[in-house]
Write a protein that binds this ligand. Structure first.
Ligand code: ATP
Ligand code: MG
Length: 362
């Protein structure tokens, strides 16, 4: 069976380092591994509109930001199909049919949707589109017959939901859809990178992000202002490493060679953590080190972004061509789905002939 990747991001803002460690970096590695037959990367504008219906301009403006972020981290349109969700209308049609296979109570149990509803203060006025976005994600994944979905941990319930829909569909209508698997980051710190404010998740919607496109100065400012262990007041105080985002970021980003290069007093991260726990290591020193490590990772991304920014029409062309290619693939799946669901009347010559005969013969 072909190995196919589908993943994506909502154009609700620029992409941040949480996206990078949680998904983007892995995508580029998978792209370069040559182990996949097809890779589809989707800018999920239709999904972004489910909770931004009154702000279409925000979604519109962020399409290009996300596309530039994609290209600057190394997603290559010659190897991966970059496309825009709303330009593939078959996805809506698939969602509509999948809705029949999911109950309201099942959607209400989705922990990610639950916490996102709370975060957005929807209370009782939840847009139906938002409430059902896990179904639309199932359409996105299955439309491309994806076998592999590389995403962050918050997407686990979505994948579970998709797998249930695939199972139900195939049971009711016959083997049609491909069962996808989630691919989570190997590094635990990357599953859900916290915000610079120490909140559980770095998220565009929470305003606690280091963006891939931030200037060197901005990144430095953000890192130096990061939340750490609130009880680590004086340098001599013993500090806590667990739940301290500065150390979580180091877990996510730093490698042993960074110590040799920027902080040769320590062999590795374990040695630095041990000193922090013992006391006698100030936050500023750790943050300065973290800044060096992150800047090293972001500098080439920033450089590449500048190049792509010089030719915006070319970026739109990439998205347009990608969307066209994606549409052709989704159309084939939709045809399979409609056939399985017995709603392919005009293509079913046997049905027409059989009925013609029956009516003729009375
Ligand atoms: P929004 O607040 O609009 O939902 P977001 O920051 O959560 O934005 P998404 O576009 O919803 O970003 O997520 C895109 C991908 O990035 C998903 O695979 C998600 O799991 C991953 N991701 C997002 N935030 C993080 C994070 N803090 N750590 C690891 N992965 C993340
Ligand atoms: Mg999100």
């Amino acid at each position: 069976m072909a190995k196919i990747i589908l993943t994506g991001d909502r154009p609700t803002g620029k992409l941040h380092v949480g996206h990078y460690v949680g998904s983007l970096k892995r995508r580029v590695e998978l792209q370069e591994s040559g182990g996949y037959d097809q890779i589809f990367i989707m800018i999920a504008d239709a999904q972004a509109l489910t909770d931004n219906a009154d702000d279409p301009e925000k979604v519109r403006q962020n399409i290009i930001e996300v596309a530039l972020d994609y290209l600057s981290v190394g997603l290559d349109p010659a190897k991966s199909t970059l496309f825009i969700q709303s330009q593939v209308p078959q996805l809506c049609e698939l969602s509509f049919y999948y809705m029949n296979l999911v109950t309201v109570s099942r959607l209400q149990r989705n922990p990610t949707v639950k916490s996102e509803i709370q975060m957005r203060n929807f209370e009782t006025s939840i847009p139906v589109g938002f409430f059902t976005y896990p179904i639309s994600q199932a359409a996105d994944i299955t439309a491309f017959k994806a076998t592999t979905v590389p995403v962050g941990e918050d997407q686990m319930p979505m994948l579970e939901q998709t797998r249930e829909i695939v199972h139900k569909f195939n049971t009711v209508y016959g083997e049609t859809l491909v069962m996808p698997d989630i691919l989570l980051p190997d590094n635990k710190a990357c599953l859900r990178l916290p915000g610079i404010d120490g909140k559980a998740k770095m998220s565009k919607s929470l305003g606690n992000c280091i963006f891939l496109s931030d200037t060197e100065k901005d990144v430095q400012k953000k890192i130096m202002s990061m939340f750490t262990d609130p009880n680590h007041l004086k340098v001599e105080d013993p500090g806590q490493v667990e739940g301290n985002p500065v150390f979580t970021y180091l877990d996510a980003f730093c490698r042993d060679e960074h110590f040799a290069k920027y902080l040769p007093d320590y062999d590795d991260l374990e040695a630095l953590k041990a000193h922090y726990r013992r006391g006698g290591l100030g936050d500023v020193k750790v943050k300065k080190f973290l800044n060096k490590v992150i800047q090293e990772e972001l500098a080439p991304i920033r450089e590449r972004r500048k190049q792509f920014e010089q030719d915006i029409p070319a970026v739109y062309k990439i998205l347009e061509e990608g969307s066209r290619k994606a549409e052709a693939v989704a159309a084939q799946t939709l045809a399979d789905v409609k056939k399985a669901m017995k709603i392919d009347y005009f293509a079913d010559q046997a049905l027409i002939e059989e009925q013609a005969k029956r009516f003729r013969e009375g």
